[in-house]
Design a protein around this ligand. Structure first.
Ligand code: HAM
Length: 423
């Protein structure tokens, strides 16, 4: 028997109700904030990620799905959504539009991770990116939007962690003092952090090992080393967030797992943080579009993981609207009435009534059982008596009431009843 590859899963209809709920909330929110949808390919030139997310990060060094296609081109499955959006922005000349250009997406991302609850090899993100604007008001708006997203989902106990990691002018000075600090504890560092010390010192602050966390506690704090412009920017973001009544906690040890960030970084945490359970993260990436060959273009964005959101919706026992159920089920009492039943089902669908047609040679009892398990609101029954008078029996599955109605009137009667029940 084949199985879905390790770290991936099928999304069956019952589960899909959650996905639809989250994706629809995201689409409504994006519309409210002026973001328009885009889709980028599932695979890209591998360098799009290796150059932007950058070596020295786990995502590039350990987790990329890289392969050669038949022409020998090196491609990678999409590891995250931001670099592809920037590529599309450049490729389609979106910099010629009024700035900022606000775009959102929803789709799978692939990382070769060690699978566990909330951590998969194929996961799904909804993300939004605002390209072409440096105003700190936009950072605050993006953070507020992330906050409103989780609120609109009904999740409680969510918190936002906020930091600034400076820019290419002030960060190198900070990295020097950070390296000095860690160098004096070199013997106590885990093997990963020993490598980070030379390859990606900022990531030292994010190590989850207890011994390394102790060293992080006494490490110099990046906000103390920001240049004047970065300080002003960071202060403005915080002031705007207060104006927008969006709560946040400053966390000077917050760094992100991707290397393209400048200045603002933030993450959204669930109430009980077990291990790697961050619900979403984002920030400013003012150098990324230039690194992809464009003109210097400031930008800011955010992405959240759908699987982790759904785990939290379930954990908080939130009621999610079920997937829509069929309006009608057409049953027939013997093969000779099947053609008439098929015609009725076809007419109902043309009238936009969601209809399931019985199939095979089940007894009426079997067909009713099927209609019941599908959650159909009405069942139409066609038998000899009904057919003789061009009628059908309409059964309301909730009340159990039955009524004989003319075939020509079925669509109108069901429509008006459905309409009345929605009032
Ligand atoms: P990220 O933090 O790498 O950021 O991923 C965003 C979210 O995707 C995470 O917070 C998490 O909820 C989810 N996620 C990541 N990896 C996994 C996994 N292996 N299994 C399950 N869920 C996962 C980015 O990807 C940036 N592109 C976000 C961004 C947008 N920054 C600016 N704009």
């Amino acid at each position: 028997m084949y199985k879905a590859p390790r770290g991936t899963s099928d999304i069956l209809p019952e589960e899909y109700a959650y996905w639809k709920y989250v994706e629809e909330k995201a689409a409504v929110l994006c519309h409210l904030y002026g973001y328009r949808p885009l889709n980028t390919p599932i695979f890209e030139d591998a360098q799009l990620f290796t150059k932007t997310v950058a070596s020295g990060t786990d995502i590039v060094d350990k987790e990329m799905y890289i392969f050669e296609d038949k022409s020998g081109q090196e491609l990678a499955l999409r590891a995250e959504g931001t670099a592809p959006v920037c590529r599309a922005y450049l490729e389609h000349g979106l910099f010629n539009l009024a700035q900022p250009v606000k775009l959102y997406y929803s789709g799978p991302a692939f990382r070769y991770e060690r699978p566990q609850s909330g951590r998969y090899r194929q996961h799904h993100q909804v993300g939004f990116e605002a390209l072409g604007e440096a105003d700190p008001a936009l950072d605050a708006e993006v953070i507020e939007m992330g906050w409103q997203f989780f609120r609109s989902l009904g999740l409680s106990g969510i918190s936002i962690q906020l930091n600034s990691i400076g820019c290419k002018l002030c960060r190198p000075g900070y990295l020097e003092v950070l390296k000095q600090h860690y160098s004096s504890y070199k013997d106590r560092l885990c093997p990963d952090c020993k490598a980070r010390l030379t390859r990606n010192p900022l990531r030292l602050l994010d190590c989850k090992k207890a011994s390394c966390q102790d060293i992080a506690k006494s490490a110099p704090k990046i906000p103390d080393y920001l240049c004047h412009e970065c300080q002003l920017h960071f202060q403005s973001v915080q002031n705007y967030l207060r104006t927008l009544r969006t709560p946040f906690q400053l966390n000077h040890r917050l760094v992100r797992g991707l290397d393209y960030y400048t200045r603002t970084v933030f993450e959204v945490e669930p109430p009980e943080k077990e291990g790697q359970s961050t619900l979403g993260g984002g920030g400013r990436y003012d150098d990324l579009i230039e690194a992809l060959g464009g003109k210097p273009t400031p930008a800011v964005g955010f992405a959240a993981g759908l699987e982790r959101i759904i785990l939290n919706l379930k954990g908080q026992h939130l009621d999610i609207p079920p997937l829509p159920q069929p309006d009608a089920f057409v049953a027939y009492l013997g093969q000779e009435f099947k053609i008439e039943a098929m015609k009725i089902a076809s007419e109902l669908r043309k009238a936009e009534i969601a209809t399931i047609m019985a199939t095979g040679d089940k007894s009426l009892k079997g067909q009713m059982r099927q209609a019941n398990s599908l959650g159909s609101t009405y069942v139409l029954i066609l038998g000899e008596q009904e057919s003789r008078n061009k009628n059908a029996t309409l059964r309301d599955m909730k009340s159990g009431e039955q009524q004989t109605i003319p075939v020509a009137e079925i669509a109108n009667i069901i429509k008006s009843r459905l309409h009345d029940s929605q009032k």
